[in-house]
Design a protein. Structure first.
Length: 142
């Protein structure tokens, strides 16, 4: 039996599952943290911590630099940069990351689903803070 060589003349039209990318509108530091979180989904504890760093970087980029991430989330909500619901979810991400960062023995290790949920929030935050405002600005240009 003869094996035919693989025909590599066809263009790749689709990759499944789709590769997740962070929008270019997101500031470089936050984009890198979030990109690394996505790439490390197979290591959920690391992905959760990287996601919290991405959230922190976005809030710092928006001028909330004082105190801890806890303080920055509350300040962003008070300044109406994010909604109360977004702040609550951001605090969940922060606490999940703290459990891992401090190796809290009472906390369970996160699953890939937990990490994916954290990444989903960070992507939503990036859309809200950067991508949608950039799209509106482009759409309003004459």
């Amino acid at each position: 039996m003869t094996v035919s060589p693989i025909d590599v003349t066809h263009d790749i039209t689709c990759i499944l599952p789709e590769l997740q990318a962070v929008a270019e509108e997101v500031p470089a530091r936050a984009r890198e943290f979030l990109s690394q979180a996505i790439a490390s989904l197979h290591a959920p504890a690391g992905a959760v911590m990287l996601t919290a760093s991405a959230v922190d970087a976005m809030l710092k980029d928006k001028g909330h630099k004082d105190g801890s991430l806890n303080t920055r989330i509350d300040a962003a909500a008070k300044a109406n940069l994010i909604t109360a619901e977004m702040a609550a979810w951001a605090h969940e991400i922060r606490l999940d990351a703290n459990d891992q960062r401090h190796a809290d023995e009472a906390a369970s290790l996160p699953s890939e689903a937990n990490a994916a949920k954290s990444i989903e929030f960070a992507n939503a935050l990036a859309q809200f803070l950067y991508v949608l405002p950039a799209r509106v600005a482009r759409g309003r240009k004459p």
